[in-house]
Ligand binder design. Structure first.
Ligand code: HEM
Length: 482
């Protein structure tokens, strides 16, 4: 294949290509193994689609960043994009004017300067997280999921979930089904787009996707209008949706697009952020020394009596706590294969022909485990980030790793996300001793570091962890502060 100018890679079988080889779990490890076999740029055919896997940072930087004009689109998805999202959900938008408008709207709401205004919101939510764990230490998973969804919900709509949690349930259901619908092999029509020519009677999937489109839109639209009603009644609402209402005309988006922009922010952020904090707990069990170091720093700066919880105002004095969170982002990026970028024109790179319509996949996990960039990559060593945190700022949480993707599609929520993860992780380390349960032989039962749920994102499989408050003073501060 090298001679033909195509990227080297395994030969596929007719129709399926290499689809049958791709494992449902931890596909990033499999794709990295192909790169070890064939070279850092691997080409694959999957159900008639061209895929290009990039294992090295320099190739990702060249294609997705320097040549981003050509590599910033997304593959058209029939079920999830055309019908379920009426071509309006940002994550699946092709490169063009609608994408630029939606990203401009997101940037206005989520750029590093604006994100500083949400510090109180994040600190309050993190305190509620600690308090929920103190009240019921057996369910940290549920408390964490609630922390990420509620902070995002409050950020976006300026309100909390109601008593009956109806909105929480609806929104989590939308996310879960969207993830399934966006999977490249989730619907036959996305593998055989010709099926889209069938009339509705022969295409029940289309009717179903349109039905979901209507109910998603009605839900997001109601939330958006609730905010407008409060604004019209002169109630002070400081949130993402209120800013959207204020700037919609200037950005050039209508109410329908606004509903999707706000909803997409929620969809994009919830699972990824919870995943980072869950990975922190898994890593804390395997590498307790790193957590002890952060706890020692917290004691030194804030005292060991538990009276003062860490907050964003302390970040400059907590370089070890910043390095700790960056190392979690590096060790297990929760979107290990990012989201495929789609090329718009034919291109040639390092002698390899890349045709228009190729799905380009940056293997973030492989880059984060490249020992030339990160020596001893399988060790959890926050100190590798210490040198760069001499001048510790909250933005530095996003530097030195690639967990948020690349180029013109880089995660628009990255600054809010890294601050959410930081405050949750550092407050967990401040509040609790983090231990594994003991087995019959008295040895700790450690979670499997490689156990991830199936899918394109990486969330650890359920694991047991014991969180014990570090002192009565900590408990008092948590109860009083929440
Ligand atoms: C730790 C948490 C998060 C991680 C690791 C993460 C990671 C990512 C990655 C890797 C991408 C794909 C980038 C690319 O295509 O190159 C992405 C896209 C996106 N993220 Fe995040 N994200 C997180 C949190 C958030 C939050 C909090 C929000 C919103 C408030 C958000 C909104 C989005 C949106 C809307 C997109 C699609 C952008 C586009 O297609 O142009 N994410 N994210």
């Amino acid at each position: 294949r090298v001679e033909s100018g195509l990227a080297p890679g395994p030969i596929g079988i007719p129709l399926l290509g290499n689809a049958w080889r791709l494992p449902a779990e931890r596909s990033w490890i499999y794709l990295h193994s192909l790169c070890e076999q064939y070279g850092p740029i691997v080409g694959l055919r999957v159900f008639g689609n061209n895929m290009l896997v990039l294992d090295k940072l320099e190739d990702v930087q060249e294609l997705l960043v320097k040549r981003s004009q050509n590599y910033s689109s997304r593959k058209p998805m029939v079920y999830a994009g055309k019908y379920r999202s009426s071509n309006e959900r940002i994550v699946m938008l092709p490169y063009g004017p609608m994408l630029k408008k939606q990203r401009a709207a997101m940037h206005q709401m989520l750029n590093p300067k604006v994100v500083g205004a949400y510090d109180d919101l994040l600190e309050d939510a993190a305190m509620k997280l600690l308090s929920a764990i103190v009240a019921d230490p057996s369910k940290p998973y549920i408390s964490l999921k609630r922390f990420t969804s509620e902070t995002l919900f409050t950020l976006i709509y300026g309100t909390q979930f109601g008593e009956n949690n109806e909105d929480l349930r609806t929104i989590l259901h939308i996310i879960e089904t969207m993830i399934q619908d966006m999977h490249p092999f989730g619907h036959v029509v996305d593998m055989l787009p010709i099926l889209d020519r069938l009339p509705d009677v022969l295409a029940p999937w289309r009717v179903e996707a349109r039905r979901k489109n209507i109910s998603d839109f009605q839900f997001y639209s109601r939330l958006l209008r609730d905010v407008k009603q409060k604004m019209d009644a002169n109630t002070h609402v400081e949130c993402f949706a209120a800013r959207l209402w204020d700037s919609a005309k200037y950005i050039g988006i209508d109410e329908r697009t606004m509903a999707y922009v706000a909803g997409s922010a929620f969809e994009g952020g919830t699972d990824n952020t919870a995943g980072v904090v869950l990975w922190f707990l898994v890593l804390a069990l395997h590498f307790p020394a790193a957590v002890k170091k952060a706890q020692a720093e917290l004691n030194e700066v804030l005292g060991s009596d538990g009276r003062t919880p860490p907050s964003f105002a302390h970040i400059g004095q907590l370089p070890n706590c910043v390095a700790l969170v960056k190392e979690v982002f590096r060790w297990m990026p929760t979107a290990p294969l990012s989201f495929p970028h789609f090329s718009m024109k034919d291109d040639v790179y390092k002698g390899i022909k890349i045709s228009a319509g190729t799905n380009v996949i940056p293997n973030i996990w492989a880059i984060h485990h490249d020992e030339e960039l990160y020596p001893e990559p399988f060790e959890f060593k926050p100190e590798r980030f210490l040198a760069s945190t001499e001048d510790v700022r909250t933005d530095s949480l996003n530097e030195g790793h690639y967990a948020f993707g690349f180029g013109r599609r880089i995660c628009p929520g990255q600054y809010f996300a890294s601050k959410s993860a930081w405050i949750a992780i550092v407050r967990l380390a401040w509040a609790f001793n983090i231990d594994s349960p003991l087995g019959v032989n008295g040895n700790p039962i450690l979670p499997d570091l490689g156990a991830c749920r199936a899918g394109l994102t990486a969330e650890p499989k359920p694991f047991d962890v014991i969180l014990t408050p570090r002192s009565a003073g900590h408990v008092q501060a948590i109860v009083q502060g929440s």
